[in-house]
Design a protein around this ligand. Structure first.
Ligand code: ADP
Ligand code: MG
Length: 253
């Protein structure tokens, strides 16, 4: 009769921009070990929800607990980055810096970041970056300027940064949208593996139903900021998906 403690516990989370409801108030509870996909057409609130869960965007209503702590009480750059980490859709790398510095940005506090910018990180810090890059098969790129890498390699750098950060809650915004199927599989395995290692959970936005059914335990459908369903991933059938993505459904009369 013991209940698992939720690693994400959001109650009535909502966000508006003026008259526009980016996210209508919703409840979201995620247990450790879950992989939750966020699906829905462009503008449905996926990025907004991920930013809220990452503690990067304060909701204007509701309460959010990450690993049982109120998100507002988690210290940015320290407790917050241990609790949750987001791979943004735009990756958020500094292109003119060497790969190693982008990877270490996942671990370093502000003082460390200054040292890193001056290339004064320790051998141990460099090893940490090298280890993550090796696991992603791009150890040889460690000293290259990030902008010299291909799009797929830059995506790995962003994931290496998250590995170094090692947050319990792994968040990813459309991590496979621009990838070929083989690489998409690989990236999703890496992200689920990362969440498993830290005993946490994965929440990622994506559109591909096959990938959702294969790599996720649960799928949440959003449409124009409103929760449409929260179901086991295996129940994401073509009719469910069509209803979610059919933008004209309500305007056809
Ligand atoms: P998705 O990621 O599903 O495409 P978003 O969460 O990015 O959706 O956006 C949801 C809605 O909120 C959209 O209508 C978008 O234009 C709006 N929105 C997002 N961020 C802002 C912002 N900073 N200012 C105004 N509107 C925004
Ligand atoms: Mg988005």
């Amino acid at each position: 009769m013991t209940s698992t403690k939720n690693i994400i516990d959001g109650r009535g989370l909502g966000k508006s921009y003026g008259a526009l409801t980016a996210l209508a108030p919703l409840d979201l509870a995620v247990a450790p070990g879950e992989q939750v996909a966020l699906a829905g057409p462009s503008g449905s609130g996926k990025t907004t929800l991920l930013y809220i869960l990452a503690g990067l965007l304060p909701p204007d209503r509701g309460e959010l607990f990450l690993d049982s702590q109120p998100v507002a009480q988690l210290q940015p750059g320290r407790e917050l980055s241990e609790a949750a980490g987001l791979v943004q859709q735009q990756l958020d790398l500094v292109p003119q810096l060497p790969v190693v510095q982008n990877v270490l940005a996942g671990r370093l506090d502000q003082w460390g970041l200054l040292r890193s910018l001056a290339s004064l990180f320790s051998a141990r810090e460099r090893d940490t970056a090298l280890n993550a890059l090796s696991r992603l098969g791009i150890a040889d790129k460690i000293d290259e300027r990030t902008s010299q890498l291909s799009g797929g390699e830059q995506q790995r750098v962003a994931i290496a940064r998250l590995m170094v950060q090692a947050p319990k809650i792994v968040l990813a915004d459309e991590p496979v949208s621009s990838l070929d199927p083989a690489r998409a599989e690989e990236i999703l395995k890496l992200l689920t593996g990362l969440a498993d290692e830290t005993g946490g959970a994965l929440v990622a936005s994506l559109h591909a139903p096959d990938l959702i059914r294969e790599h996720f335990s649960r799928v949440i459908g959003l449409r124009q900021g409103v929760l449409q369903f929260d179901i086991p991933a295996r129940e994401l059938t073509p009719p469910v998906l069509e209803a979610l993505y059919d933008l004209d459904r309500n305007s056809q009369s």
